[in-house]
Design a protein around this ligand. Structure first.
Ligand SMILES: Nc1ncnc2c1ncn2[C@@H]1O[C@H](COP(=O)(O)OP(=O)(O)O)[C@@H](O)[C@H]1O
Ligand SMILES: [Ca+2]
Length: 416
């Protein structure tokens, strides 16, 4: 048991050959390995940048470690919005690293891996601009006192992100340690992309899925086939642009984009990914749920696929599913509230039909709630009566792909 946290290989093995690389030379291995170790994962999301500092305990050298503690901090700006000012991105990363230097004991700094994974905000950037930002982050990382390798900073693909979210949730619920049959699926709605991941109850769900919607995952020497897919541009904030017909416009600065999902007299600028769009309500149209629903379908029809028999599986809905449900009063925000799909629809109808909402400073609520309703029903094929668990934290820990990403990274690191 030479200091690896996952002994005998393949205890936790995500089958993505592109991500494989041995990162640490054997010389970095410790003389005696400690049972408590730390890991730092930064989540460069499209609308926010977050740092998770984890401490794990390895009780059973043949099993998965236990998550002992998490220090979490979040800033509400995506690094990808610094597309034209990379030094600002560097500054934010440096700032967030202070959270890690105070959360990890100094003596452990040099053996604590520091990792950043970027998601859909970066995937949507032109490759050369994304590269400049990544290089800037690598530079800041190299000046930190933590353990940095050639694999420390990267953009992850959506499939990977979906699998890792599934791993995180089920790790936290204890299903990976014990009983995979009780595993839960994950619906993650980000700003720029959305993921669906679950271990299908029904073999036909796998058989009928396109091959790129099925991924192999090996945990404790058993291989599982996960149904997983990420839809780039179907995150809540980019779906707004699709609904407005604004995404990819060659000259967005010269146009006004209108929607029936917005209050009639609404007029403002909307900024996403470093681009500003002029956006208005449609003064001449009927704005209400039905017309809005037709508009949001532009973002869904022909792009989102219905898994076969999706309703047989239990799902936790995280990120914007949770935030929107909470902000609109659909849930109170206590843990693990069960909400039927039809309640999203009811809330969308209520908000879209409430003309006084024009003045409440949440002009996108009608569009967002209608989009979520359409994504769940028309997109993924959930029936109105299906219940989803709206989840932010599990046992006090953030339910984010970041934890799964840390576990996956640690698999290849020999813990000093
Ligand atoms: N640690 C976290 N735990 C739970 N939800 C999170 C966490 N970090 C971000 N979110 C949620 O993710 C959504 C934003 O998605 P974001 O990550 O910025 O975009 P994308 O995933 O498309 O890159 C918001 O609803 C935000 O509250
Ligand atoms: Ca995210």
């Amino acid at each position: 048991l030479d200091g690896t946290i996952f002994v005998e290989g393949n205890l936790f093995d995500v089958d993505f050959s592109a991500q494989r690389e041995n990162i640490l030379p054997n010389s970095a291995r410790p003389a005696n390995s400690s049972r408590v170790f730390y890991g730092i994962m930064m989540d460069a999301g499209s609308t926010g940048t977050r740092i998770h500092v984890y401490s794990f305990i390895q009780e059973d050298p043949d099993g998965l470690p236990y998550l002992h503690n998490e220090t979490f901090h979040s800033e509400e700006i995506g690094l990808s919005s610094y597309v034209n000012t990379p030094e600002e991105a560097g500054k934010l990363v440096r700032e967030l690293l202070k959270v890690a230097t105070s959360a990890v004991p100094r003596a452990m700094w040099h053996k604590t891996p520091l990792v950043l994974r970027a998601t859909a905000g970066f995937r949507l950037l032109p490759a050369d601009k994304a590269h400049v930002l990544i290089e800037e982050i690598k530079e800041v990382f190299s000046q930190s006192p933590f353990l940095v390798t050639s694999r420390s900073v990267s953009i992850i693909d959506g499939t990977y992100e979906g699998i890792l979210a599934w791993v995180s949730l089920n790790f936290l619920m204890g299903h990976l340690h014990v009983d995979m049959k009780r595993s839960a699926g994950v619906l993650d709605l980000g700003g720029a992309s959305t993921q669906i991941s679950f271990l299908p109850k029904c073999q036909k769900t796998v058989n009928k899925a396109p091959t790129d919607h099925v991924a192999k995952l090996e945990i404790l020497n058993t291989t599982y086939l996960l149904y997983t897919h990420s839809y780039l541009k179907n995150g809540l904030k980019v779906a707004r642009l699709l609904t407005l017909g604004a995404l990819g416009d060659a000259d967005p600065g010269k146009k006004v984009f209108k929607s029936l999902c917005l209050p009639k007299n609404y007029s403002d600028n909307y900024t996403f990914g470093g681009i500003t769009y002029e956006v208005r309500g449609n003064i001449n149209g009927y704005n209400g749920y039905e017309t809005c629903y037709k508009e949001v379908l532009k973002a869904i029809k022909g792009s989102v696929r219905k898994p076969y028999n999706v309703h047989e599986n239990m799902f936790h809905a995280v990120a914007y599913y949770y935030d929107m449900a909470k902000d609109s009063g659909l849930i109170e925000g206590s843990q693990d509230e069960h909400v039927e799909v039809k309640r999203f629809k009811k809330k969308a109808k209520e908000v879209c039909g409430d003309k006084s909402k024009d003045h409440y400073g949440k002009p996108f609520d009608c569009m967002d709630l209608t989009y979520i309703t359409a994504l769940l029903t028309e997109g993924f094929g959930f029936q109105d009566s299906v219940g989803l668990q709206l989840t932010k934290k599990v046992k006090g820990f953030e339910s984010s792909w970041a934890l799964g990403a840390m576990l996956e990274y640690l698999h290849k690191v020999r813990i000093p």
